[in-house]
Write a protein that binds this ligand. Structure first.
Ligand code: XMP
Length: 514
């Protein structure tokens, strides 16, 4: 059968599905995450060199749990099932699965019984990460048990002749130290892939597919000035030149001096077809009286789209809208109905789009992580000031002003946030910080300034470490730095008399407060 240097990951709703695809790309093989109910002929038409079935929160023993077209196992393409994927393989091919009484979560040691090609060269015992309730007690006919633990008879199994493999543990997480080697064995030794893919290849592939998709039409690109949308604009600029218009909407919810910086960057340093729209009043009007976080996000998403429609008309019509959606945005905003995982927040560039959107979407970064996008940006020649920028949410300061967004609140937050930015940027630990910003709380507290009583606003400072925005921990910033930020904000920003520091991790909190 025809085979491309490409792996299809079928998604069963694991929060780790993107990690699987990322590890595969780290092995130099292009990879995409696809819906689990894809029919075998459609999958076959993409000519994958291998298929990986991800983990997921369901139990294969439950009615209505996500399945697979059984014909996929007949395609002759090498398959690796991970966790739920292993159990599903067993179920479809006739093995026995048992509901666990207690499950197995966390580190485990597997004993390799038969290394096969999957564990080739990796020793007799491996530290792995387990996270499962059910387990396979009898593998399907034709399968050999490759590894077990004290509590799990089938920690890995294989039908080497059909190249179908399954592992109960998670090779994609960092807690399985040799996990990448296992994936490498699967990709290279079993599937015969060669691993020459790189960011350069990604650019070529994207440019080609964008040109094909766009044809002679026009594209508008929603540009926030963050690394993601800047990379998308640069990619489109490369693919279709001035037939792309990058629209930067000044929605009045930006950080201080942000609009000026963007104008400078994309007219002088990295010139492209840029359109800056002043929509400050429009957004503030739309947000009047809105206090519910999800409602705010929806209102902002809707207003963005209205502005995009206007601008599309102004340039004589655009068929496509390009945006910098990343994988973590997709997974956290997907509705419980649309996919097997739960909605956390409606990220405005995913969950806020109307169902009858007049544009066709172009989302070239949908499968990538932030640090991969940064690599891509460097490859495209974008300036470091853009590439090293901290992420900034699409709904802007609106999700950092708890309660109603008013012009006055925006100004207080911009002033406080500017001081957080300045002081953080001057700190030696700043480069490792994922995000640092100020949040305006909807409470007032009593203070004393001079000999006067004050009754004013509270600012929370948030600073987190993260690698992909999916999990995060608060930064242990030095007390002296906290003190400087607090003193400056209270002394210099009118309307603030108290500053607190947020010491919550994600999960269970989120990075933004709304
Ligand atoms: P949370 O608050 O969900 O944020 O932990 C995770 C990361 O995503 C950013 N974020 C957004 N980005 N549109 C975006 O483009 C949005 O609606 C949005 N909401 C949150 C957030 O700043 C953090 O980096």
């Amino acid at each position: 059968r025809a085979m491309r240097e490409f792996v299809a990951v079928l998604d069963y709703g694991s929060q780790y599905a993107q990690l699987i695809s990322r590890r595969i790309r780290e092995c130099g093989v292009y990879c995409e995450i696809l819906p689990h109910d894809l029919k075998a002929p459609e999958l076959d038409s993409m000519h994958p060199g291998a298929v990986v079935l991800s983990g997921g929160p369901a139990s294969v023993l439950d009615k209505g749990s996500p399945g697979i077209d059984p014909e996929v196992f007949e395609l002759g393409v090498p398959i690796l099932g991970i966790c739920y994927g292993l159990q599903l393989t067993s179920k479809v091919l006739g093995g026995v699965i048992e509901r666990g009484r207690s499950g197995e979560y966390g580190p485990a040691l597997i004993e390799i019984d038969v290394p096969g090609r999957l564990f080739d060269g990796l020793g007799e015992r491996l530290d792995v990460w387990m996270s499962h309730g059910d387990h396979v007690s009898v593998p399907p006919e034709g399968f050999t048990v490759l590894a077990h633990t004290d509590t799990c008879q089938v920690a890995a199994m294989a039908d080497e002749s059909r190249k179908i493999y399954g592992v109960q543990f998670h090779p994609e997480v960092a807690h399985t130290p040799l996990g990448k080697e296992i994936l490498r064995n699967f990709l290279y030794k079993i599937a015969g892939l060669s691993g020459g893919w790189s960011m350069k290849g990604f650019i070529e592939e994207s440019v080609r597919s964008i040109r094909e998709q766009v044809g002679d039409s026009k594209v508008i690109c929603g540009m926030s000035g963050g690394v993601d949308s800047s990379v998308v604009a640069a990619l489109l600029d490369k693919a279709v030149g001035p037939r792309m218009t990058a629209i930067f909407v000044d929605n009045g919810l930006l950080r201080a001096s942000e609009a000026q910086e963007i104008r400078r960057t994309f007219t002088e340093t990295y010139p492209l077809n840029l359109d800056i729209v002043d929509a400050r009043k429009r957004f503030l009007d739309a947000l009047r009286g809105v206090t519910d976080p999800e409602e705010k996000r929806k209102v902002i998403g809707k207003t963005f789209i209205e502005v995009f429609y206007n601008e599309a008309d102004r340039i004589g019509g655009a068929e496509f809208l390009a945006q910098g959606t990343l994988y973590p945005d997709v997974i956290e905003s997907r509705s419980a109905k649309g996919g097997p995982s739960a909605t956390i927040k409606s990220h405005h560039n995913v969950g806020g789009l109307p169902p009858d959107l007049k544009f066709k979407l172009i989302e070239p970064l949908k499968e990538l992580f932030k640090d991969e996008v940064r690599l891509l940006g460097r490859e495209l020649g974008l300036p470091e000031t853009i590439i090293e920028r901290q992420p900034f949410p699409g709904p802007g300061l609106a999700v950092r002003i708890l309660g109603e967004v008013t012009a006055e609140n925006v100004e207080i937050l911009q002033e406080a946030d500017k001081r957080v930015q300045e002081e953080m940027a001057a700190w030696e630990g700043y480069r490792g910080v994922w995000q640092s910003f100020a949040v305006l709380l909807p409470v007032k507290s009593v203070g004393v300034m001079g000999d006067e009583r004050t009754y004013a606003n509270v600012i929370a400072i948030r600073a987190v470490h993260s690698v992909d925005g999916m999990t995060a921990d608060w930064v242990k910033v030095p007390y002296e730095l906290l003190a400087r930020m607090s003193t400056r904000i209270i002394n210099e920003v009118r309307g603030v008399n108290r500053v607190v520091y947020d010491i919550s991790s994600k999960p269970p909190s989120t990075i933004e407060w709304e």
